[in-house]
Design a protein around this ligand. Structure first.
Ligand code: HAM
Length: 422
């Protein structure tokens, strides 16, 4: 067959899928502890949601969206991220009116961006993200960052670096924006065409440019932290002091600019230091978006969240040689000899499975020796051996693989014996 998987996507095959299940289960667990509730939104939305939510000037909206027209002539887009969808749902379902506030939500699911694929950068990737809507307490900022760091640490990752910045409130941003324009404008012709455009649409994004990263004007560009209003400064100080007291280590980097337009106030990324993790060292990112709910038609409501991709998480774990405790092995493998025994074997397996055991057998008519090999390959803790003779006597041979011990058990009592603790 010459039809191949689309570029930038991957098949997650048995053997790897168990790792996905494991980390996804961990995500559910940590969200339960922090009291975030799961929300599921569609993988496609009206294109306008992302144009308005993520922002017209962002790379995502300008270059990376999977947009199509459906048969009803609507412009739809495969979601490039989760926040806009969650906020859309928050507004549409009037979650701002529910008794429990703030509204703390999480999600896992595929996102789509038409990017240049490379290690850690896919066109379809799975994000685990959280969003807390309805509170502007710095403790929520600290909580979101703590959850993200705890999640990685509990999985065994080390060398994590939490990088934080404040993008300020409207007043701070306006002052900073003017300073940036004044700084870059006289020499903007020395910058790439993207930056020339950004100068008037969103000058903050110039700081994020990879092409011009080495330009001398980048090094002494005005720092947002020098333009923060009194309120923004105090807010940022409180976030930092809470992180200090919680023992969550961080570094402040005033050049941290996020690639989505909705951010203000606290912004952060978690990086992985050290070799072996490829060119991309960012594991996750997030921040406050206090204007987004209003932008999408809801009442003024503050929000903060973050997202990570499971792909990058698994790459990071692998780069540090961390094996996840996934057990794909069987409890029981049934080896049969003879036609009648083989038939009975299938019926017995059904009973064992109903009793809660992970159990399997041969279905290819293999010789006993090959069946034992199959049992080994499937990492069975117990091998059952049933021949026509045993069947006649109403017994079955039970072999405990770890100890090598064997015993004969009445077929009638097999399920009970095996589930009664062995
Ligand atoms: P983002 O920085 O665009 O933010 O993406 C967050 C994370 O998604 C990245 O740090 C990375 O782990 C993963 N990611 C992004 N693009 C790719 C890709 N092409 N391949 C693999 N992984 C990728 C957001 O999406 C925001 N919605 C985060 C947020 C939530 N902010 C507030 N709430």
């Amino acid at each position: 067959m010459d039809i191949k998987i689309p570029r930038g996507t991957q098949d997650i095959k048995p053997g790897d899928a168990e790792k996905w299940q494991f980390v996804e289960q961990k995500a559910h667990e940590i969200c339960a502890r922090y009291n975030y509730k799961e929300i599921r939104t569609p993988v496609f939305e009206h294109t306008e949601l992302f144009q308005r939510g993520v922002g017209e000037t962002t790379d995502i909206v300008q270059k990376e969206m999977y947009t199509f027209t459906d048969l009803g002539d609507r412009s739809l887009t495969l979601r490039p991220e989760g926040t806009a969808s969650v906020v859309r749902s928050f507004v549409e379902n009037k979650l701002y009116g529910q008794a429990e506030q703030p509204v703390k939500l999480y999600y896992t699911g595929p996102m789509f961006r038409y990017e240049r694929p490379q290690s850690g950068r896919m066109r379809q990737f799975v994000q685990f993200g959280i969003e807390a809507l309805g509170s502007e307490d710095p403790a929520v900022d600290a909580e979101v960052m703590a959850l993200a760091m705890d999640f990685y640490e509990e999985l065994g990752l080390s060398g994590l670096k939490l990088v934080i910045n404040s993008l300020g409130d409207q007043e701070s941003r306006k002052a900073h924006r003017e300073a940036l324009v004044n700084h870059f404008e006289p020499r903007i012709s020395e910058f790439c065409t993207d930056c020339q455009e950004r100068l008037h649409t969103n000058p903050l994004r110039i700081l994020d440019c990879k092409t011009d990263a080495a330009h001398e004007l980048m090094h002494n560009a005005p720092s947002i932290l020098d333009y923060l209003s009194e309120a923004s400064t105090q807010y940022f100080e409180e976030v930092k002091s809470l992180l200090d007291e919680m023992g969550v280590a961080y570094v402040v980097d005033d050049t941290l600019v996020r690639g989505l337009d909705y951010y203000n106030s606290t912004a952060f990324e978690i990086m992985l230091e050290g070799e072996g993790f490829g060119a991309i060292s960012t594991l996750s990112g997030g921040g406050r978006y206090n204007g987004l709910v209003e932008e999408l038609g809801g009442p003024a409501t503050p929000g903060i969240g973050f997202a990570m991709s499971i792909e990058r998480l698994l790459m990071a774990l692998e780069s540090q040689g961390i094996e996840l405790p996934v057990n794909a092995g069987l409890d029981v493998y049934m080896v049969t000899m003879g036609e009648a025994a083989d038939r009975k074997g299938s019926v017995l397996l059904h009973q064992l499975r109903k009793a809660g055991l992970k159990a399997d057998k041969d279905y290819l008519g293999r010789k006993p020796k090959a069946q034992f090999k199959d049992a080994d390959r499937k990492q069975a803790d117990i091998t059952l051996i049933l021949g026509d003779q045993e069947l006649e006597a109403g017994v079955i041979n039970v072999k405990y693989m770890a100890s090598g011990e064997q015993e004969e058990v009445a077929i009638e009592q097999l399920a009970e014996r095996l589930t009664g603790g062995y």
